[in-house]
Design a protein around this ligand. Structure first.
Ligand code: HSE
Length: 437
């Protein structure tokens, strides 16, 4: 007989935990009508049991003691929402060992330790749901695992860090400096506890590792990715990008040509009329190219209590529905039963178009010296702007290139840096989508 109640235990009653509980206890919720059975919060554990979260809990539900969740035989699903990679890993592995289903929002843990977690879950035949780990409320994990199962995915381009997108959007709209907007993002509570994770691309890379495993069936490969953040981007670069018709976004990019995969996070110039370029503020978006359906795009809130709580609850419901039919691990964690062989393309072998901003002396022959070095390294110029704007004693010289190989670019920039007419290190930003590429 099907059970009428599925019991869940929640570890972590912070922002996402509160969002989840507020949805579950919402008197206007249609959840039990949709389910036809009850999801019962059996227990919530958090180190802080006194803080007012604006939610009235039945007495005795909140405890300090995680073992009352992991060791309770009546709890079917353990929801890990504490974050971090040590305590959280311990809870998840204990829950798996106890034969419980697990749901987590923990992108850092999955990116860094996920191979071990999923191996343990596979051995026990339990599910580990992780919808909330990437792009908050956008149900991208289910889309990639199930909705796009008919497709071979070729590429994924993601704006997957809301804080970085908020900062770049504000810098674009207001001409504000990076540091001023970062301070505002922190005041508004968007940034991670350590904001360097947001602005240096680490949080995006955690999420990209998960997306790449879903897209290409490869093991979680966080350490094989190229990661560069947005802290070097200046209002001047944003203004020049705009003059060329581009916007700057922090993108996670995963591409496969069937032989090698590219896994990279970096600031990227996108033509301003492209859909991803129009995604502003704290919003996230993913653009996926795949063979049967073609391009598809997904947009929504990538963070916040209720959007992320919505994704956590989607996993809980999926698992609970299966449990009622006596089924677990119906869909493999990454949508296929075994990892594919793979090779990550070295960043030095990646090809891209490029934006360079040099700080140069404003005198005859400078452009020809620089273009000469670029030419020697097989880098062809697409357009140039030199406006004599005042920037210290020098002027900015801005160049967009056609497609070039990254290691040629690095060598050329090193040679150009040594020219006596060049004042400082060049700014280099990769360009995607130029000429429909
Ligand atoms: N700090 C993250 C962001 C939160 O800004 O997107 C969601 O993972």
């Amino acid at each position: 007989m099907k059970r009428n109640i599925v019991n869940i235990g929640i570890v972590g009653f912070g922002t996402v935990g509160s969002g989840l509980v507020s949805i579950l206890l919402d008197p206007k919720s249609e959840l039990s009508k949709k389910l036809g059975f009850d999801l019962r919060i059996k227990r919530i554990a958090d180190k802080d049991t006194t803080r007012d979260r604006g939610i009235t809990l039945p007495p005795g539900l909140l405890t300090h003691d995680v073992s009352t969740i992991v060791e309770d035989p009546e709890i079917d699903i353990v929801v890990e929402l504490v974050g971090g990679t040590t305590f959280a890993k311990d809870i998840i592995l204990k829950a798996i060992k106890a034969g419980k289903q697990v749901v987590t929002a923990n992108k850092a843990l999955l990116a860094l330790e996920g191979n071990e977690v999923f191996e343990a879950a596979g051995k026990m035949g339990v599910d580990v749901g992780f919808e909330a780990s990437v792009a908050g409320g956008i149900p991208i994990i289910k889309v990639m695992k199930e909705g796009l199962v008919a497709n071979r995915i070729q590429s994924v381009y993601g704006i997957i860090n809301g804080t970085a997108n908020f900062i770049l959007s504000k810098m674009t709209e207001e001409g504000a400096s990076f540091n001023d907007v970062l301070a505002e993002a922190q005041r508004l509570g968007y940034a991670e506890a350590d904001p360097t994770f947001d602005v240096e691309g680490v949080d995006s890379a955690h999420k990209l590792a998960i997306l790449a495993s879903l897209a290409f069936g490869i093991p979680l490969s966080y350490h094989s990715q190229y990661v560069e953040g947005i802290s070097r981007i200046t209002p001047l670069d944003i203004a020049f990008a705009s003059e060329f018709g581009y916007k700057i976004k922090l993108l996670g990019i995963a591409k496969s040509d069937g032989h090698e995969v590219e896994l990279r996070v970096h600031p990227t110039m996108l033509p301003r009329d492209q859909m991803l370029a129009k995604v502003d503020g704290v919003f996230n978006a993913l653009y996926i190219e795949s063979d049967a359906v073609g391009p598809t795009m997904y947009y929504g809130r990538g963070a916040g209590a209720r959007p992320t709580g919505s994704a956590v609850l989607a996993d809980i419901v999926d698992i609970a529905r299966n449990l009622r039919h006596g089924i677990t691990a119906r869909v493999p964690a990454f949508g296929r039963p075994a990892n594919e062989p793979f090779k990550v393309r070295k960043m030095s072998d990646v090809t891209s178009c490029y934006y360079f901003r040099f700080s140069v002396h404003d005198k005859p022959g400078v452009l020809s010296k620089i273009s000469g070095v670029l030419g020697q390294h097989d880098i062809s110029i697409e357009s140039v702007i030199q406006k004599g704007r005042k920037e210290g004693g020098s002027v900015p010289l801005v160049i967009l290139t056609h497609e070039a190989v990254e290691h040629n670019v690095k060598t050329a920039l090193e040679e150009i840096r040594r020219l006596s007419v060049v004042e400082a290190d060049a700014m280099m930003i990769r360009v995607e989508g130029a000429n429909g590429r």
